[in-house]
Design a protein around this ligand. Structure first.
Ligand code: GDP
Ligand code: MN
Length: 397
């Protein structure tokens, strides 16, 4: 589950990670009140208005703007709230901005001694350990740094039993070119950041930029936080931070129905039981010249109700030109699934306007094929994987 910047910063702050202070506003009036409150709390006279959407690169898209007085806060906030923000990480259509974060300005004007760094904490899947990834090239898109100057990206693997050791935090600060008070501040920052990552059961923290002010304070100016969904039951307060407006509506509906669904770009809808088979089926579709429109794992109980729900969800995507159902009957019997498909089809009638190719393999596969063939419905039943691929190709031609 992804969080907004302001929510990520709240979590960081609760673990003692120093952050750029900010207050959320939903309209221009709240924005001005927020700015006044920030001035009374921090003494700041300039502000930064930041669009809160689940996408990076907001600065480049015009979603982060400096305001030098309250009038500017008001007009910039009015412009940004409600806009469709397009960034390198959104679709061409962009994301609607429902709220902004009004922040204190932390780049002391006219000072050249501020520095921006990149620091993230994430799971290194190759070593199976958490790692801290960091770079002197903060404020830039890290993918670009990785492409152009990979030697400027460092990593530090963390032993799960020992946690982040003091020498590792010092090494990070040292590699970032710090010394004296700034080095000490960075050691504190990195240690608190790692603790926050572990205690919040996160799967990724990305702080870009981490700022060193001219008076050697180290703070998080941005925060991209992903929480581990499987651990949310331990953090009821974080679970409430979910903003469904930021998620794909089809995915939200599918998840509510207990279906594991991921929206993709292609034209062939897939309904499969089991994540591994779903991946294999997507490969098959690609090899037969199609592009999967989704990943959909209906799970172990592929009954009529779930199959119907699955069809309905797949068909919400207008790009779908054919549906491939690929079910392995291990625990669930194929004839049960076939009956489910027939029932679902009858229920939905005219709602299904694309060809459906069904491959049922495993327990009672023959009975299942018979059931579908006898139903008289325009459902193409096949037995072999390759047959299914050929049929998809034929249907798309
Ligand atoms: P992103 O573009 O979505 O990654 O959003 P960020 O939160 O990283 O902000 C984008 C850029 O805005 C930063 O890299 C900074 O250059 C700039 N910025 C953020 N906060 C401040 C601030 O307090 N003062 C000034 N002058 N610039 C800021
Ligand atoms: Mn950023």
């Amino acid at each position: 589950m992804n969080l907004h910047e302001y929510q990520g910063k709240e979590i960081l702050n609760s673990f003692g990670v120093r952050i750029q202070r900010g207050i959320v506003a939903h309209n221009h009036k709240e924005a001005v009140d927020a700015a006044k409150q920030l001035t009374s709390e921090t003494g700041t006279s300039w502000y930064v208005v930041k669009a809160q959407v689940h996408a990076g690169g907001r600065g480049k898209g015009g979603g982060v703007k400096l305001a030098k007085n309250l009038q500017e806060v008001e007009s910039i906030a009015s412009d940004i709230i409600g806009m469709m923000l397009v960034t390198p990480q959104t679709s061409a259509e962009g994301k609607k901005v429902n709220q902004v974060l009004i922040c204190e300005d932390v780049y002391y004007p006219g000072e050249s001694e501020t520095e921006e760094y990149y620091i993230s904490v994430l799971l290194n899947r190759e070593t199976g350990r958490n790692m801290i990834m960091y770079s002197t090239e903060g404020g830039m898109d890290i993918e670009t740094v990785a492409d152009e100057t990979p030697h400027l990206i460092f990593t530090e693997d963390i032993d799960p039993c020992l946690g982040l050791l003091p020498f590792q935090a010092r090494k990070i600060a040292f590699n970032l070119g710090l010394s004296g008070g700034a080095l000490k501040e960075m050691v504190k920052f990195v240690s608190a950041l790692y603790t926050a990552y572990i205690k919040s059961d996160s799967s990724m923290f990305e702080i870009n930029p981490v700022l060193k002010t001219s008076d050697d304070k180290i703070l998080a100016v941005d925060a991209k936080v992903s929480l581990d969904d499987s651990a949310l039951y331990r953090h009821k307060d974080y679970a409430e931070m979910r903003d469904l407006r930021e998620e794909s509506p089809i995915e939200v509906e599918a998840n509510a129905a207990g279906l594991n669904y991921v929206d993709l770009e292609g034209n062939v809808g897939c309904m499969v039981n089991g994540a591994g088979l779903a991946m294999g089926t997507m490969d098959l579709i690609k090899q037969s010249g199609g592009e999967p429109a989704n990943f959909l794992d209906v799970g172990g109980t592929a009954n009529a109700e779930r199959v119907e729900k699955g069809f309905r969800i797949i068909l919400k995507d207008p790009a779908v030109k054919a549906i491939l159902v690929n079910i392995f009957g291990g625990i669930v019997r194929c004839d049960r699934v076939a009956q489910g498909i027939v029932d679902a089809y009858k229920n939905m009638g005219d709602d299904i306007k694309v060809p459906i190719i069904v491959r049922l393999q495993g327990t009672n596969a023959i009975e299942a094929k018979q059931l579908i063939d006898d139903s008289g419905l325009p459902v193409h039943s096949v037995v072999e994987f390759q047959e299914a691929a050929d049929k998809v190709q034929e249907m798309l031609a």
